[in-house]
Design a protein around this ligand. Structure first.
Ligand SMILES: [Zn+2]
Length: 710
């Protein structure tokens, strides 16, 4: 394990176990309070030690540095853009029935879907029309992301975005081709002013495609405001082309305890409520059983919406919660700040649960670190419920789509204060040996002991948390069958180990990292630099360094867990025990549990002892040296054009260039089927005849030139 700074209570502070065992609850509460007070100066000291001047000259790219210091989102609230119904023309086959594959605001990995996915009948090269008068303000040709994308800015300040296109029409497209030849590159982005390429509503501006990160032919269509917020295009009365009389479907409702004293059905565990039957049209989904809970709890839901005559599962625009008839919570997904706010989806849903193959549950409260403009009124914590003993909470949910079709649900919570220790019925678990496991959520250590040894009163023994020579005894909170749960607020200080009877387990988190500040967590093997907006909430960081153990297990670094999302990237610096000899071709790769590896990249420092890269996700990392150049194979000459299949064993294709008789000819790259190809109608390039060279390079800088005779 990495040696690392950990916070310790001041010297002279001693806790003796026997004291705890004699005076359990009172002393423990007092101790937690004490620890909390005492560890504050220690925590401050730790941060002071661990913080370095992490300025703009630390190698982070400009964009990240600028974003880290800038505002999270523009000040203007959502829903202030007035657009007359009918202002926008439906950009694909206007006047005919249209179909959507996705709605705006759908919950995707790492982003809210930013616009409408308009179906194009399963094919490409369908005309794409300007949605309103304006001018082409931006064009980008890329093999990734939005693919080939066109932006039209309108006189009202809004911009419409048309993504995954095949071909740009008109003067702007010709200008792009000219500049691609000038710069000898396919990947290019151009910005235009008002006077260059004005367009009229209904003018054909492009042909549809399947370029970039697209899973099938369609046009991704967005409306953005002047602050680059992605707006729901259906919020101004919708389109006659898109019919929707179908309300949302509620799949799951869940109730979750949010604080150490909170319980749901007596446990510190989420209750997942799946309706047994879908309700009759117009009727509410209801659960006949009252759910007992106590303390601070939150609701979560999983659901989808459908448009008429399409089977795609789309997003729900609005969710409203009423408690005992009173308004309690509402969110409307009609404006997502781009590009930063869209990553808030990882905080809007239960990220770990969605990643581990569970359901995508959206939280019906404003989570810590959530700055999305979805809430009226805005405010942290809004939506949380404080359930009191003996009180009844009648919950009514309303789910609505962009056309205001609705679904409702009803659930009753009843407050029931748990005793200090509760034995709940549960399945008998075979075996008698104590077994200790733990996890961490919301600042809480949640330890479960199977077959905990009992004390003289027949209750499970206290769990001891050790740090250095000190220890803290935790009373059991409740047992379910043979499993006993212990809860501890880690803000009072991190233990080194957990102990119960003969069971001793090291605690694998070395530090608490708070959001909102720049922190350099430095160890002999690596530095992890957190920016002010890297984290959504407190992180309990685990790091692990494994030395080189031969060719199948080279040196590795594990930083955190991929189940905790990052908002902005962190900066990872690895200090390998033996710096590689071929540094130029050696980079950081993330490795998965099943042995897969993905190129991350990295920049070496001047003396070649450290390599740094920005990470969007926690995980396990290794250094690999890529010495093999990319490969290519001419697949054929269909229609007189060339198609190559390309491959690279490790770092991936970084650049490509086709020269025919020494002259540049534009190639397009399609990563989805690993092909490079020329296109017909390219008036600027040389004819595909005679001697030619295909130049390829990978991310590690390995180059290859393939000689061809066309
Ligand atoms: Zn899309």
């Amino acid at each position: 394990m990495w040696s690392a700074p950990v916070l310790l209570p001041p010297a002279g502070y001693r806790v003796r176990a026997p004291l705890f065992l004699c005076y359990p609850r009172y002393i423990i509460l007092l101790t937690i309070k004490l620890l909390r007070q005492l560890s504050l100066p220690a925590l401050g000291g730790f941060l002071l030690l661990a913080t370095t001047g992490h300025g703009q000259d630390d190698g982070q790219d400009d964009t990240t540095a600028r974003r880290a210091s800038g505002p999270i989102r523009p000040a203007a609230p959502a829903g202030q853009v007035a657009v007359a119904p009918g202002y926008f023309l439906f950009p694909i086959a206007p006047g005919q029935p249209g179909f959507l594959a996705a709605s705006m605001g759908e919950l995707r990995p790492n982003h809210f879907h930013g616009g409408l996915d308009i179906k194009t009948g399963g094919g490409v090269n369908k005309p794409v029309y300007a949605a309103a008068d304006g001018y082409i303000s931006r064009l980008k040709q890329s093999a990734f992301g939005y693919g080939n994308v066109l932006y039209i800015t309108h006189p009202n300040g809004l911009t419409t975005v048309y993504g995954h296109l095949n071909k740009f029409e008109g003067g702007a497209g010709a200008e792009l081709l000219r500049r691609q030849y000038e710069k000898q590159t396919y990947e290019l982005e151009l910005f235009f002013d008002k006077s260059q390429f004005p367009v009229k509503r209904g003018e054909e501006v492009a042909l549809s495609g399947n370029t970039g990160g697209s899973a099938g032919p369609h046009v991704h269509w967005e409306v953005r405001d002047a602050q680059d917020r992605q707006l729901n295009p259906l919020q101004w009365g919708g389109f006659a082309e898109i019919q929707d009389h179908t309300g949302p479907t509620l799949q799951t409702l869940a109730v979750e305890p949010l604080a150490i004293g909170a319980r749901v059905r007596g446990r510190f565990e989420r209750a997942v409520l799946v309706p047994r039957l879908q309700p009759a049209p117009g009727a509410a989904t209801a659960w006949p059983d009252t759910v007992t809970c106590f303390g601070q709890v939150g609701l979560l839901l999983q659901g989808f919406d459908r448009f008429d005559n399409a089977w795609n599962k789309n997003g729900i625009q609005r969710v409203t919660v009423r408690v005992n008839g009173q308004p309690h919570y509402q969110h409307i997904i009609d404006a997502v700040p781009f590009p930063m706010g869209t990553r808030q989806v990882n905080n809007f849903v239960d990220y770990a649960y969605a990643r581990t193959g569970g359901r995508t549950l959206q939280k019906l409260w404003v989570e810590e670190g959530n700055d999305l403009p979805f809430y009226t009124p805005p405010g942290l914590g809004q939506g949380k419920l404080d359930v009191q003993d003996g009180k009844v909470y009648s919950i009514d949910l309303e789910l609505a789509d962009a056309y205001n079709n609705k679904a409702t649900a009803h659930l009753v919570l009843k407050g029931e204060k748990p005793a200090d220790y509760v034995k709940l019925p549960g399945a008998a678990t075979p075996g008698a040996k104590p077994k200790l496991t733990y996890d961490i959520s919301r600042n809480l250590l949640h330890a479960t002991v199977l077959h905990a040894p009992l004390d003289t009163a027949g209750q499970p023994q206290y769990l001891l948390l050790r740090r250095g020579g000190r220890q803290l005894a935790l009373r059991p909170s409740y047992s379910v069958g043979a499993a006993t749960t212990y809860l501890y607020d880690l803000r009072a200080g991190l233990p080194d180990s957990l102990l119960l009877g003969d069971v001793h387990q090291a605690f694998d988190r070395q530090a608490m990292i708070a959001p909102g500040q720049e922190i350099n967590y430095a160890t002999p093997y690596a530095n992890v630099v957190f920016g002010a907006q890297t984290l959504f909430s407190n992180l309990y960081l685990s790091t692990l360094h494994r030395p080189d153990a031969g060719p199948t297990a080279p040196e590795s670094w594990t930083v955190g867990t991929p189940l905790v999302p990052l908002y902005l990237p962190l900066r990872l610096t690895l200090k390998p025990t033996t710096p590689p000899t071929d540094r130029a071709r050696t980079a950081i790769y993330s490795v998965s549990a099943n042995g897969g590896r993905a190129y991350v990249g990295g920049t070496w420092n001047e003396d070649g002892t450290q390599i740094s890269a920005n990470l969007k996700q926690f995980g396990q990392f290794r250094l690999y040296t890529d010495t093999k150049a990319p490969t290519a194979q001419l697949l054929g000459r269909a229609g007189g054009q060339l198609t190559f299949h390309v491959g690279d064993d490790m770092s991936g294709l970084a650049s490509y260039k086709l020269l025919v008789g020494g002259r540049f000819r534009l190639l397009r790259y399609e990563y989805k089927n690993a092909t490079l190809f020329t296109v017909a109608g390219d008036t600027l390039g040389p004819k595909l005849r005679g001697p030619a060279e295909l130049h390829l390079a990978d991310q590690a800088g390995n180059e290859k030139v393939i000689q061809l005779s066309l």
